[in-house]
Design a protein around this ligand. Structure first.
Ligand SMILES: Nc1ncnc2c1ncn2[C@@H]1O[C@H](COP(=O)(O)OP(=O)(O)OP(=O)(O)O)[C@@H](O)[C@H]1O
Ligand SMILES: [Mg+2]
Length: 259
């Protein structure tokens, strides 16, 4: 079994889930054995990682992805067989070894339709999928960390990940809708996720200004007020529900270089 599983989620799109998962993978892979999953049919992380392996259309990764899709050796096929109750396999053939040192399970477009296709399946079995899959992977390779880039929605695949991860990371942005959405995320997690993992929130795309007195960089007052609101929401929910929720004071600036 893997020792640490971290999922990055937010039902709001574009807050930086993929970017942060990717950065974490690049960073942690310097010290530990890392496995990264793209669970989003948009395939953003898959495209980003493909870009690192050379030009997207003609590189080794793209050929590998084409072959594994033809051979039905993708996360989509594994979950589909799992929910159809027809048994599934998962071997090293499903996992791409990146030049950057971490292993990668890409997303495929078919994930868009998975929830529709599997709508007749026994829903009670879904949360067990990722736990079962990680058990299978642990049978042939030991990883220290598994990172999951989740879609901006509550899909069956993300449901199965959230049901077995140690830490959920929630990037938030300094805007009205993202901050308002924090309640919705907690409502869904409290309703559906068992056991409840640790939760960490942090602010991404932070707008900064120079402090007149100290000349240091600080959050603009608007960004600060959104972050204060997030912390207040989290404190209230953590106390009310007795949950391990932490707001990390590590703002990530809105930077063209990150983009
Ligand atoms: N700190 C940052 N500064 C500037 N740009 C950023 C920052 N973080 C993310 N971005 C950019 O914002 C866009 C959305 O980021 P990303 O794709 O990581 O979000 P996401 O939450 O995964 O989106 P989706 O919900 O569509 O999966 C991308 O163009 C990314 O490069
Ligand atoms: Mg994304």
């Amino acid at each position: 079994m893997l020792s640490k599983t971290i999922a990055t989620i937010n039902f709001k799109g574009g807050v930086g889930k993929t970017t942060m998962t990717w950065c974490l993978a690049e960073l942690i892979a310097n010290y530990h054995a890392v496995m990264v999953f793209d669970l989003d049919a948009q395939m953003s992380l898959t495209q980003a990682i493909a870009g690192n392996e050379g030009s997207f259309r003609a590189n080794k990764f793209s050929k590998w992805l084409e072959t594994s899709s033809q051979q039905e050796k993708t996360i989509y096929h594994a979950l589909k067989k799992y929910v159809d109750n027809s048994g599934y396999s998962f071997s090293s053939d499903y996992i791409y070894k990146t030049q950057r040192g971490y292993d990668f399970v890409p997303a495929v477009e078919d994930l868009y339709w998975l929830d529709l296709e599997a709508s007749g399946a026994d829903r009670r079995t879904i949360p067990g999928f990722m736990r079962s899959l990680l058990g299978k992977i642990g049978g042939f390779k030991k990883y220290d960390y598994a990172l999951f880039d989740c879609p901006p929605a509550f899909t069956w695949l993300s449901y199965s990940v959230l049901s077995c991860c140690d830490l959920i990371l929630i990037p938030v942005n300094p805007d009205f809708y993202t901050v308002g959405g924090v309640y919705k995320i907690f409502n869904a997690l409290i309703k559906w996720i068992e056991p409840f993992p640790k939760i960490g929130l942090f602010m991404n795309k932070v707008k900064t200004t120079i402090d007149r007195k100290t000349k240091a960089l600080k959050m603009t007052s608007e960004t600060q007020s959104y972050w204060d609101e997030v912390k207040e929401i989290c404190e209230g929910i953590a106390e009310e529900q007795n949950l391990g929720i932490r707001c990390f004071e590590t703002p990530i600036c809105d930077r063209v270089s990150i983009k």
